[in-house]
Design a protein around this ligand. Structure first.
Ligand code: UDP
Length: 419
């Protein structure tokens, strides 16, 4: 039947009865999870397999998290692009990955709708997930109150003029987790970010190199905000060879052609394209310094942590999370502009590579990060149980409660759709 708008009132007796019995069920269900294994559904973005063959910050995070959550004894199902391989059970709803169509809504909506159906089916068959942990983006957040499982969403993008109104409207439907304090501090008023859990890496997988070669490294997407052109200026001023690595993604061709390509030569500035695996690790490990001349509030920046894990100091502009990852004078330098970056390149050898690596192991190792996420899951479940007790309501679960109430018992005076 077609939906038609109707205006309804809260508080019909039948609705109250259903709320009470529902709350009891919720309380029972969620208070069971103070400890013990959890059934976790991880939702990766649909674009690139997990782990990523080359470029893919979010996919690398999800790969580590999936493996570590399994190692901690949880039952983990990963929804991801085809070709994904982790210790978790992997389900790939789409027929193919879409690395060249990142953000195309046709694929994202198709993917999330299929994932949601599978999550609902699991619940209907008595195999409900305790927690759905989303890394896929906006569709899952906006629709989080439509599935019968609590959703934890990692904020991979910054809060900015475009995303703030979105999270103001939809953020209450799930538990939001930030990836840096900077990001959390910039949440719009009224948008609650439950915790900050940084992106992980497995430090033992990165080679520590104490004697460095004579080049500096820049690695990233060829987006102007990442500053390949500024890295070129700084390296030239320092007179040190620069290696640039990273994909030229759709829409970045003009920047690359105008700001980067004209400076390439075999002597001082080399571009090696997108790199992965051993070559990527070797490039990080051998560099005298890693350059991060960003001009945007980067919410994290995996490349900084990867460089540090290999004992390579990071020289960054003090934007976004760079201020948290780089400890000035300890594992690198925070500098204001290209000239200061050039001076810091000359001083890079003063940073102790072992100290640089330790600064990552202490804060970002995958085992610590998985434990922190598990805490966030349990806290979310506790909050829901408390909400069911009437102590404090969890909006995400109240959304689900609304859905399971008779359609005539939703928000007072608000037009809703009823069949
Ligand atoms: N990366 C890679 N090959 C490249 C360029 C980048 O594997 O040629 C990886 C890089 O090592 C990092 C990720 O892609 O793990 C980029 O994540 P980051 O958080 O630095 O930047 P984002 O692009 O997500 O803003």
């Amino acid at each position: 039947m077609r939906c038609r708008p109707t205006t309804i009132m809260r508080g019909a007796p039948v609705a109250m009865y259903r709320i009470d019995s529902h709350r009891q069920a919720e309380r029972k269900r969620y208070s069971q999870h103070a400890s013990g294994p959890l059934r976790v559904a991880l939702i990766a973005p649909p674009w690139i397999p997990v782990p990523p063959p080359g470029y893919g910050g979010i996919e690398a995070v999800v790969a580590l998290l999936a493996d570590e959550l399994v190692a901690r004894g949880n039952e983990v199902t990963l929804f991801a692009a085809p070709g994904s391989r982790t210790r978790a059970r992997v389900i790939a709803p789409l027929a193919e990955a879409h690395p060249k169509e990142i953000g195309v809504s046709l694929h994202e909506v198709d993917y999330v709708a299929q994932v949601f159906s599978m999550i609902d089916r699991a619940g209907a068959h008595g195999e409900a997930f305790d927690i759905v942990h989303d890394h896929s983006g906006f569709v899952t957040v906006a629709m989080a109150d439509r599935i019968d499982a609590p959703v934890v969403h990692t904020l991979h993008a910054p809060f900015n003029a475009e995303t703030r109104p979105f999270y103001e409207r939809h953020g209450h439907k799930c538990t939001l987790i930030g990836i840096s304090s900077y990001q959390r501090e910039h949440a719009p008023p009224g948008v609650r970010v439950q915790a900050v859990v940084p992106n992980p890496l497995r430090v033992s997988e990165w080679p520590l190199r104490e004697s460095k070669a004579d080049y500096v490294l820049w690695m990233g997407r060829m987006d102007p905000s990442k500053g390949a052109d500024r890295a070129i200026a700084a390296a030239r001023e320092a007179g040190v060879p620069l290696i640039l690595a990273g994909p030229v993604q759709p829409g970045q061709e003009e920047y690359f052609a105008q700001q980067v390509a004209p400076h390439l030569d075999e002597r001082l500035v080399r571009y090696v394209g997108e790199v992965g695996g051993r070559l990527r690790a070797e490039l990080f490990a051998g560099a005298r310094a890693f350059l991060m001349p960003i001009r945007w509030p980067e919410p994290f920046g995996m490349v900084m942590v990867e460089a540090l894990a290999t004992g390579t100091p990071v020289i960054a502009f003090p934007e976004g999370a760079a201020r948290e990852i780089v400890i000035d004078g300890v594992n690198g330098y925070l500098v204001e502009d290209e000239s200061a970056m050039a001076r810091a390149i000359r001083a890079a050898a003063r940073i102790d590579p072992r100290r640089a690596r330790a600064s990552v192991a202490e804060r970002f190792d995958a085992r610590l990060v998985a434990a922190a996420y598990e805490d966030a899951y349990r806290r979310t479940l506790r909050e829901i149980a408390a909400g069911a007790e009437g102590i404090s309501a969890r909006p995400a679960r109240l959304g689900a409660q609304h859905r399971r109430m008779p359609k005539t018992a939703q928000v007072e005076g608000t037009a809703v759709f009823s069949t």
